[in-house]
Each structure stands twice: as C-alpha cells, then as structure tokens.
Design a protein around this ligand. Structure first.
Ligand SMILES: [Zn+2]
Length: 258
C-alpha cells in the first residue's frame, strides 16, 4: 500500500506536469462523476495531504486515494499508456500532458470550498508545510489503550504513515507493535516518524536501514521467518487490531522489540 512519501512524489510529478495549464479533455470512468467535464478549467495545483491526492482544478477538487494498487501516471500526448486502459479511472489532459489515474481506491470531486469539511479530520501531515509534531503526539496519546501500531497508522492522529513505516518505526524504537500507546514514549517516536519519511521523500526506493541495495532496505516489514539484521533472531509475523477496521499485518523481532 502506498505510503505518504509515494503520494507526495505523485503529487509533485502531477503538479510539475499540469499546474498552470488548461484542461483540454477530462474523462472520469466512475459512475458518480462520469458526466463531469473539466475542459476549459485551469489546474491550479496538485498536492498531497497525508495519503490523499488533491488536484485543484477550477473551483473543484479532484480527490483520489491510491489504496492498494492505484497510481497516477503522466504521459505525453499520443504516448502509449503504461497500464491497460480498462484500469484507468480518470484521465486529465492538457496541451502538454495526459495524466491517467489507474485503479484508484477513491475518486471523487467536490467544491474547493468544501476541502476542510472533507479532509479536516486528518491529523497533521508528516510531509505538509504545517507539520505539527506536538499536535500529532496529543492525538495519539488520546487513546492510551490502543496498540501503538494501530495508533500510528490512524490517519486522524497523523497523516502519511502506511504499514511499512508503522512496522519499521516500531522496530527502530525497539517497541512491540502491540504495546499500548500509554506505555510508549511518544515524542521521540513521532520525531523519528517525521525524520524517516522526510528522508525518503526525494528517494526513488524507500529505505529505513540506510542501505540502498534491494533486499536490504527494510528491518522487519514483510520479512517473516528471516533473520533480524541486528541480532539474528527470526522475525515474527502476525495480525493486529481490535476490530476488522484496524486489522493490519505486523512484523517484529521478539528480541529487539519489547
Ligand atoms: Zn533483533
């Protein structure tokens, strides 16, 4: 699942390709907005907000979420798309670029004035200009009994972390994903979250280990049964969450994490 850094990079790419230009053609392939036509409108900006992608066009916002398999690709006019057309959910064309959203998990359009109503629930954006660590710590601390891995992934607490970062941050801080929030030193954890995701913001391949070779970039995520890079103990794997909504895959080193 894409993390905040992936969405940030997608927004930056789309902004560079589209901002300031007039839409010459739009095509939305979801029933609720199938008749919407943005031609003639100006693309003001494309930004990320946590894991949400916002295209500000005319008086509207095209809001998308990549969920599991989604992505936005930018093509030159006439260039062959890099994924099959049947996976396309949105096409936004300008004189110099064709942006195609494939397999988007969420795709909706609302008036720009409604943006706060729609997305104001999100916690501070780790990669946003107004990142507020103290606010994020306060929001996480409000549910002292929640498992820390659930609280870190809750976008109302802080926006931008997906399951990769959640698992890696728990390892880096030496805490089990199941530890209740109330037992965790939150300030250094949130500070680390901000530093690690910012360090990866401009990278092609995400790394939390500081190494950049394939297969060496992560400590525990998706490494069940393999040896801990620090102590050699086998990495464990399980599912965590107090209900279906919170359910997430977790990996941890039973020796390094307590
Ligand atoms: Zn270990």
């Amino acid at each position: 699942m894409p993390e905040g850094d992936t969405v940030f990079q997608a927004a930056r790419r789309l902004d560079a390709a589209l901002a300031g230009q007039e839409v010459t053609r739009s095509d939305f392939r979801v029933p609720s907005i199938a008749t919407l036509d943005l031609s003639g409108q100006t693309v003001h900006s494309v930004v990320s907000r946590g894991k949400h992608l916002l295209m500000r066009i005319g008086e509207l916002v095209v809001h998308s979420h990549l969920k599991m398999e989604g992505e936005w690709r930018v093509h030159r006019p006439g260039e062959r798309w890099r994924r099959p057309a049947f996976q396309a959910r949105a096409v936004i064309e300008t004189p110099t670029a064709v942006a195609v959203g494939f397999d988007l998990g969420v795709l909706e359009v609302f008036p720009a004035v409604d943006e706060e109503d729609r997305l104001g629930y999100l916690g501070p954006d780790l990669l946003g200009p107004g990142w507020d660590a103290a606010e994020a710590v306060g929001r996480i601390a409000a549910t002292p009994e929640a498992p820390i891995a659930v609280a870190l992934g809750e976008q109302r607490n802080l926006a931008g972390l997906g399951n990769v970062y959640v698992n890696e941050l728990c390892f880096l801080r030496g805490i089990l994903p199941t530890r209740p929030v109330g037992e965790v030193d939150l300030i250094p954890l949130v500070d680390l979250a901000s530093r690690v995701i910012r360090a990866n913001r401009d990278r092609i391949s995400r790394t939390t280990t500081g190494r950049d070779r394939p297969g060496e970039r992560l400590w525990v995520y998706s490494r069940g049964g393999e040896r801990c890079r620090r102590c050699g103990t086998r990495i464990e794997h399980g599912r965590l969450g107090r209900n279906e909504l919170e359910l997430r895959e977790t990996w941890w080193c039973p020796n390094c994490q307590r």
